[in-house]
Design a protein around this ligand. Structure first.
Ligand SMILES: Nc1ncnc2c1ncn2[C@@H]1O[C@H](COP(=O)(O)OP(=O)(O)OP(=O)(O)O)[C@@H](O)[C@H]1O
Ligand SMILES: [Mg+2]
Length: 296
């Protein structure tokens, strides 16, 4: 076969593949409607800690998260996956109303925490953020002592007793698997820690106010493989005691750490289910294509 013939054959195959995949995605859309109904039925199930019902998040006229229905289980780790710009961070920030800080950003629909709508004007946002802690992609410790970073939240809550603060700091750093590395340098500036240590410090800082939910937006994407493993082990340790929602671009990480996975695409929740099923037997070709690296 000449090079020209090979090229022509490949182009024909590509066209067939394109045609098949566009037919498939048409079917996927229809099927998505069905899945949406299915997950909507999860809404307000007793074990669902966070429930989104027809939740949309808008940046002015742009709907970045589109009428999603999702029940996130208490004490479980839920991974949010999907290509860049599909609304993962926007959804995550909705859960502790961090989007309130963005001018022009608003939510429609419902988002309930333990059955209570967090968008109600009666909700105390400071108290909400105490219940729902957040860890970001880039570790952001305060330029203060390690001790003061962890004691920051408890002090805001009015805890002044030095012994009590020390106890909270030790407990939180231990839970974040950092205590042994920093116990002799609590009065040193947190910015002197390595990136991986800084990220665990941020997790300790979030844990110090005793939250129920921990939101993690790509918490290990700025870390090396060893520090990443540390964070993943930590997530496994925290499972059960906290409801964890983690955004990640790393498919292996999602498969390793999470119990449930939600796949977002262009603001839609495409598929949601137990991680094992999503990764071994996804219902939709769109999900399969994403997790196998065929797009995104
Ligand atoms: N502050 C903002 N103002 C206006 N539009 C925004 C703002 N933040 C995000 N968007 C838009 O909303 C959509 C979703 O963004 P979001 O940051 O939630 O995506 P993402 O899935 O977290 O992406 P990535 O994987 O790149 O972090 C994108 O189209 C983005 O451009
Ligand atoms: Mg993001």
């Amino acid at each position: 076969m000449t090079i020209q013939e090979t090229l022509e054959r490949d182009m024909t195959n590509d066209r067939i593949a394109e045609h098949t995949s566009s037919r498939h995605s048409f079917r996927a859309r229809k099927f998505t409607d069905f899945i949406k109904k299915d997950t909507a039925d999860d809404f307000e199930k007793p074990e669902a800690h966070i429930c989104a019902k027809d939740l949309s998040v808008w940046y002015r006229e742009v709907e970045a998260v589109k009428k999603i229905n999702l029940g996130i289980r208490k004490g479980k780790v839920t991974a949010i996956i999907g290509p860049s710009g599909c609304g993962k961070s926007t959804f995550l920030r909705a859960i502790n109303r961090m989007n309130d800080l963005i001018p022009g950003c608003r939510m429609t629909g419902e988002l309930k925490l333990d059955g209570e709508n967090i968008n109600s004007p009666a909700v105390d946002v400071v108290a909400l953020r105490q219940r729902v802690g957040m860890v970001f992609q880039k570790p952001n410790p305060f330029p203060k002592y390690i001790f003061d970073n962890v004691a920051y939240g408890p002090r805001l809550l009015g805890i002044r007793h030095r012994g009590r603060l020390m106890q909270i700091v030790e407990e939180s750093l231990t839970r974040a698997a950092l205590w042994d590395e920093v116990k002799d340098r609590l009065q040193q500036n947190a910015l002197g820690l390595s990136g991986g240590q800084q990220q665990r410090l941020c997790i300790a800082r979030a844990l110090a106010v005793n939250p129920e939910i921990l939101l993690m937006d790509e918490p290990a994407s700025a870390l090396d493989p060893k520090a990443t493993l540390h964070i993943e082990n930590l997530i496994s340790e925290l499972r059960g005691d906290y409801t964890i929602v983690i955004v990640t671009h790393n498919m292996q990480q999602a498969a390793r750490v999470s119990d449930y996975t939600a796949f977002f695409y262009e603001g839609d929740l495409i598929e949601y289910g137990p991680t094992r099923e999503i990764f071994t037997n996804p219902r939709l070709k769109q999900t399969e294509d994403y997790i196998t690296g065929r797009f995104g």
